[in-house]
Design a protein around this ligand. Sequence first.
Ligand code: ADP
Length: 244
Amino acid sequence: MIEIRNLHKSFGSLQVLKGVDLTLEKGKVLVIIGPSGSGKTTLLRCLNLLEVPDQGTLELGGLSLSFGSKLKKESVLSLRQKTGMVFQSYNLFPHMTVMQNVMEGPVTVQKKDRAEARGRAIELLEKVGLAEKADAYPHQLSGGQQQRVGIARAMAMEPEVLLFDEPTSALDPELVGDVLKVMKQLAAEGRTMVVVTHEMKFAADVADKVIFMDGGYIVEEGPPQQVIGNPTSPRAVQFLKRIS
Ligand code: ADP
């Protein structure tokens, strides 16, 4: 589903990704871990071109992109349609109800029929346990509830890959579990997911593959038992000791 080769990204003179290679099969869950500033979020954002890589190639859901020269607008749009992003800070539209937030993309971007979009939004809100909040506004919800709306909104666009950027790190600890539960359920349904997180138990339980990043490189890669349970690089050992 995803194949990345030799991906590079700099911000000015700061080299953030220094040659990343990665593959992920359809229906699998990839968790990206590593210290702050190692390039995790930048790598994730490169997957839907919120950041445009400087060099390298990306294949996602059958679409191939090569970076270094100007991208075609259609390629960027098709890639975005194949991915759905869940942000750390939810990014819901504050002036729209929960239902309107979930329907917005399908109706305005995908030009779906309103009744159809509404039906699908109800299903998705049921899936994330928030059907009864359909008419509430984001500020009337807890952070955990807002994030679950964020997940329903990303899924409403029927992406092939769901991307999660530290989805629980802005939440009070008691609200984290409900969000992780929804994510676990999506993984069990066979969704292809890429998740940047510090939740090691989630990674150990749900990931098919974990990568540990440091300094713009993938330093370790493998199943969670290996990367989290038995890391070999001194940096990964030190990082995992610190956060456990
Ligand atoms: P992580 O997710 O591992 O904490 P990031 O990918 O967010 O790391 O950031 C890696 C580095 O890139 C950091 O030094 C960060 O300050 C820098 N960076 C990220 N985004 C930008 C940006 N838009 N402009 C300039 N620097 C950035």
